[in-house]
Write a protein that binds this ligand. Structure first.
Ligand code: BTN
Length: 335
């Protein structure tokens, strides 16, 4: 399902507009107002039903949509998301699918075929949701937000590192809006109460020495109540003890992403500073694995985005190592 906010609503959306108050509306009125046949209205009602809307046909009265939250489909259909959006460009075009292998893969495909900047891909679930370093991303159906945004910053490749931190920034701001204190585990995992709530996978293409496009993939746990054993994880719902409307959370996320993206066009230092300020690692004893193998104290995030780790060479000597990639975890204290 590919929708553009600026396009004229299609017949299905228009039919939904008539029904969304929850009052019964006669097929005759809808057909006359839209200038289509009664049968065409009936077809659109069937299309809406296929998408999970519960519509009852009341004899001699008309169609009535069940509008309370428990009856509305818990889906991020573009036309249900648009009313929440406050962005200028980000999310104006939405590609949605019930199930997709990975929203990052779909966004990459769309970016390569010329999708405009700001296009986003959403899925209710992913069969091959990917994380950094070959990990998978658990994508329980309609529980989390699985989002990939296409960005096209006009920048040399050498200046791409700030974009790695943009996703975590936006997530942290959203969590703050819900009263949660979040931490960024370098480079771009977000933790609440020592549990992972979000992960970001930034993938970019090059055109010569410049960035071609960036696919910014964000997984945010919203209404999950449980996770597979492994990395300790949490969700907004577990932290707040209530379910959230994912369209509202998504709209906040897109707003902060766009705001951060616009700020990055003028200056990038603020984002490195913020990543330091919210860091889960700085000042802690850490273990780096995957590529580089070392142990030491995380002391800073350099202006170029690398994690600086102070490592003991021997009893007297220490050196500072720049970590560009890898898995970093806080060393568990010996009991
Ligand atoms: C990580 O924790 O290493 C990053 C996880 C990123 C997951 C998101 S979900 C939406 C997008 N599509 C993917 O396949 N991955 C990212």
């Amino acid at each position: 399902m590919y929708y553009n906010k600026n396009n004229t609503p299609d017949s299905m959306q228009k039919t939904l507009e008539f029904l969304k108050s929850g009052e019964a509306v006669s097929g005759e009125i809808i057909s006359q107002s839209l200038g289509v046949s009664r049968n065409a209205v009936w077809k659109q009602v069937q299309n809406l039903k296929a998408l999970g809307f519960e519509i009852v046909a009341e004899r001699n009265v008309g169609y009535r949509l069940l509008t309370d939250q428990s009856h509305l489909p818990d889906r991020l259909y573009p036309f249900l998301v648009f009313p929440f959006l406050r962005t200028k460009k980000l999310g104006n075009a939405i590609f949605w699918e019930m199930e997709i292998s990975s929203t990052n893969d779909k966004a990459t495909e769309l970016a390569k075929t010329g999708a405009e900047e700001g296009t986003i891909v959403l899925a209710e679930t992913q069969s091959k949701g990917r994380g950094r370093r070959g990990r998978s991303w658990e994508s329980a159906t309609s529980k989390g937000i699985y989002l990939s945004a296409i960005l096209r910053p006009q920048r040399p490749l050498a200046q791409s590192s700030p974009y790695t931190f943009l996703g975590a920034y936006a997530v942290v701001r959203v969590l703050e809006d819900y009263g949660l204190k979040a931490f960024i585990k370098w480079p771009n995992d977000v933790y609440v109460a020592e549990k992972k709530i979000s992960g970001v996978l930034t993938e970019l293409s090059a055109i010569g020495q410049d960035i071609g496009h960036i696919v910014l993939g964000i997984g945010l746990n919203v209404n999950q109540k449980e996770f597979s054993p492994g990395v300790p994880a949490t969700s907004l719902s577990l932290e707040l003890n209530r379910n959230l409307q994912r369209a509202e959370v998504l709209a906040k996320l897109l707003l902060y992403l766009e705001e951060g993206y616009e700020r990055l066009k003028k200056d990038t230092k603020w984002l490195i500073e913020l990543t330091r300020e919210y860091s889960l690692l700085l000042g802690k004893e850490v273990v780096v694995t995957g590529g580089m193998e070392l142990e030491g104290t995380a002391i800073d995030i350099a202006d170029d985005g690398a994690l600086l780790v102070r490592v003991k060479e021997n009893i007297q000597e220490e050196k500072v190592v720049k970590v560009w990639a890898g898995d970093v975890s806080v060393r568990q204290k010996q009991r």
